[in-house]
Design a protein around this ligand. Structure first.
Ligand code: NAP
Length: 269
C-alpha cells in the first residue's frame, strides 16, 4: 500500500483526496491519499516523520508552502517561485520539492487550445498563485505583464521574472495591457467570496483566453464577463486538476487518468 497525502492547516475542505483516490481506483493501484494537519512549529518534524514512515509523496498547502522549501531539495522552478506544493519521497536521497501550480496553469491553458509560447500574457495578482503562474508562463515563452493591487509587489515580482513588467490594478492600466494581450490569468482571490472581478468587463475582448485560478465558485464573474465577449474561458478547477495530475505522474511514473480525476473533482464543486 502506497501512502500519499496533503500537509496543510486546515485541510478539511480539500478536493485533493477524492481526486487522487479516483486515480488509484481507476488504475487499480494499492494506494491511499490522506490529510495531515501539523502545527506550524512541527513542519520539519512532520516531513522527517513522513520520510521515516515511507510515505511516497505529499502535497503541501497553506500555510506551509514556503516553510517546506527549507526542509527538502527544491528544484529550480520551486526555488524561483519560493514555494513547494509537492514533495517526492520516491527517489534516492533527500526528498525533493516541486511546484506543480505553474505547470497546472500551463496544462489547463493548453488543454483548451491556448498557445503559450510567444503569447502576450497578463497575470493579475502577485501572491503565491501569481508567482507560480508568472514564472510558468515566462518559462514557457510568454511575455508576462503582472498587475497587482499592491503595485510594488508586482514590480518586485517582475524584477525576478525574465522579460516581465509590473503594474498597479488601475482600470486604465489594465485596459491598455489587455488591448493586445492573448492570455489573462486571474491569480487573485477576487471572485471567491463576492460576485466581483479584478478586471473591468470592458477591458476584455474576444481574442483573449482567460484562466481564473479561483475555483469556488467555478463560474466567476470574470469568466462570465469573458464568455460574454466571446473569449476562451478556463475555470480554476482545470488548474487544480492539472497540478494534481502533475503530482500523481511524478510520484507514480504512470500517466494519470485525467478524466476520472476531473470527474471526481467536479462532482464535489
Ligand atoms: P495570496 O498569496 O494570499 O495572494 C492573494 C492575491 O490576491 C494578492 O495578489 C492580493 O493582492 C490579491 N487580492 C486579494 N484581495 C484583493 C482585492 N480585494 N482586490 C485586488 N486584489 C486582491 O493567495 P494565493 O495563494 O496566491 O491564491 C490566490 C487565489 O488563487 C485564491 O483564490 C486561491 O484559491 C487560488 N489558487 C488556485 C489554484 C488552483 O489550482 N486553481 C492554486 C493556487 C491558488 P495584494 O498583494 O495587493 O494583497
Amino acid at each position: 500500500m502506497d501512502v500519499f497525502g496533503l500537509l496543510g492547516n486546515p485541510v478539511g475542505h480539500s478536493l485533493s483526496p477524492p481526486m487522487h483516490d479516483a486515480a488509484y481506483e481507476e488504475l487499480g493501484l494499492e494506494a491511499r491519499y490522506v490529510t495531515f494537519e501539523p502545527e506550524p512549529s512541527e513542519i520539519e518534524d512532520a516531513i522527517d516523520g513522513a520520510e521515516a514512515l515511507g510515505i511516497a509523496g505529499l502535497n503541501v498547502t497553506i500555510p506551509f508552502k514556503q516553510d517546506v522549501l527549507d526542509c527538502v531539495e527544491a528544484d529550480d522552478l520551486a526555488t524561483r517561485i519560493g514555494a513547494v506544493n509537492t514533495i517526492d519521497f520516491t527517489g534516492e536521497g533527500a526528498p525533493t520539492g516541486h511546484n506543480t501550480d505553474a505547470v497546472g496553469a500551463l496544462r489547463a491553458l493548453r488543454d483548451h487550445g491556448v498557445t503559450v509560447d510567444g503569447a502576450r500574457a497578463v497575470v493579475v495578482g502577485a501572491g503565491g498563485a501569481g508567482r507560480a503562474v508568472a514564472f510558468g508562463l515566462a518559462d514557457a515563452g510568454a511575455t508576462v505583464e503582472i498587475a497587482n493591487r499592491t503595485a510594488s509587489k508586482a514590480r518586485d515580482l517582475a524584477d525576478e521574472v525574465p522579460g516581465a513588467t509590473g503594474h498597479g490594478l488601475e482600470a486604465d492600466a489594465l485596459a491598455d495591457l489587455l488591448a493586445d494581450a492573448d492570455v489573462l490569468v486571474n491569480a487573485t482571490s477576487v471572485g471567491m467570496e463576492e460576485d466581483e472581478t479584478p478586471v473591468p468587463a470592458d477591458a476584455l475582448h474576444g481574442d483573449l483566453a482567460v484562466l481564473d485560478a479561483v475555483y469556488r465558485p467555478l463560474e466567476t464573474r470574470l469568466l462570465r464577463d469573458a464568455a460574454a465577449v466571446g473569449a476562451t474561458t478556463v475555470d480554476g478547477a482545470w488548474m487544480l486538476l492539472y497540478q494534481g495530475v502533475e503530482a500523481f505522474e511524478r510520484w507514480t511514473g504512470r500517466e494519470a487518468p485525467v478524466d476520472a480525476m476531473n470527474a471526481a473533482l467536479r462532482d464535489r464543486l
